[in-house]
Write a protein that binds this ligand. Sequence first.
Ligand code: SF4
Length: 104
Amino acid sequence: MPGETFSKGSTWMSGFGSKPTRGAFVRGMIVLPALATLVTEVAKADDTKVAQSAVQYQTKPNGDKQCSKCAFFIPGATPDANGTCKVVDGVISPNGYCTAFNAK
Ligand code: SF4
């Protein structure tokens, strides 16, 4: 600032609190792991699908039961294309089947 004087030892950045204190460092050491845990928990909350192995997913039908006839199936671009599933993780064949089958 024009006409502003600085005392000995001060710098133009001293008003911004640029020098970290031990307290700020300790608070950071406590807050950062807690924040990382929170982010991980939020990510998990979005990952609600089960693994294919957990529901014995197979790429062939079980009699007349198959993914394309299941209420959880999300079709691909064409009727024969692989799709996804609302409850099972990964790529799902329209001709597949698992123990979570739920007829439309
Ligand atoms: S729940 Fe099982 S049978 Fe139904 S669409 Fe998903 S993977 Fe296929």
